[in-house]
Design a protein around this ligand. Structure first.
Ligand code: MG
Length: 265
């Protein structure tokens, strides 16, 4: 290759950068890139604990199952303990009465202290966002299973970045950030759903794209849907839950991209 041809891509980069500088130099007022409206709402943060912040919707505080029903619409039949509820195997999944789109969700859970079973048969439950997309709950303390079925996996889709499992019998916490999918008028996926997930304060899913509703067999496939409840799974194991709260994420802010544009354009 001739020396001049070799230099061509570098030259092109330099020319583009210079052109950009000239454009930016024309803008001298820093206020042009300050966006004041809309303002994110002020939220009183909780002290260093998992207490719900001021704008949280409390889904379960240990006192009743009133915010939940069985998936068949009948009363939720899970067992209510002192400050928690426990799956009563065979009574089925339970789901929130309220339906949600984009949310921040906090859930604390505990696998039975007495180890019974192995792999997927040990402390298995699940948290399904919009009744479809599962963050796996599993006792993963020294309990090997397939990686994309571990606690903190987006079941059968995304392997968790770490395994911060606590011992069975200890309380664990999920903080889940979910962006619901967007469909066009023909039902095609415009934006897939996305998850960011912390398990026990450790990032296990980093803004991953969901490929479709959770399925046990075969590849997932999207079907258009709107807001839907949060489902907790009865997988036949005595998994307990406590302190469940959710924050709805503001749609107006989501659809405002935060980039200044010339009002004349
Ligand atoms: Mg499960």
């Amino acid at each position: 290759m001739k020396p001049l041809l070799k230099l061509f891509p570098i030259l092109l980069l330099f020319m583009t950068a210079t052109a950009n500088c000239q454009n930016n130099d024309e803008i001298t007022d820093p206020e042009l890139t300050e966006i004041w409206e809309p303002q994110p709402p002020v939220v009183e943060p909780a002290p260093l604990s998992s207490e719900p912040p001021a704008d949280a919707i409390i889904l379960f505080d240990g006192t009743s199952l009133d915010n939940w029903v069985s998936v068949d619409g009948s009363e939720a039949e899970w067992d209510l303990g002192d400050d928690h509820m426990t799956v009563r195997p065979g009574t089925g999944d339970i789901i929130t009465r309220q339906e949600f789109n984009d949310i921040q969700l906090h859930v604390e859970w505990r696998a039975p202290e007495e180890i019974d079973g192995e792999g997927q048969g040990r402390g298995n439950s699940g948290i399904f966002l919009q009744n479809r997309y599962e963050v796996q709950v599993l006792d993963n303390w020294e309990n090997p299973t397939y990686s994309n079925g571990m606690a903190g996996s987006i079941y059968k889709q995304h392997i968790p970045l770490a395994n911060p499992a606590k011992r069975p019998g200890e309380w664990q916490r999920f903080d889940i950030f979910f962006k619901s999918p967007v469909f066009d008028d023909d039902g095609n996926v415009e934006e897939p759903a996305r998850f960011t997930v912390m398990l026990n304060g450790i990032l296990v899913q980093n803004n991953v794209e969901v490929f479709g509703p959770t399925v046990y067999i075969g590849p997932p496939e999207y079907e258009p849907h709107g807001a839907a409840g949060i489902l907790l799974q009865d997988h036949g194991d005595y998994v307990s839950f406590r302190n469940i709260w959710v924050r709805e994420l503001d749609q107006e802010i989501r659809f405002t991209d935060g980039i200044w544009r010339d009002p004349q354009d």
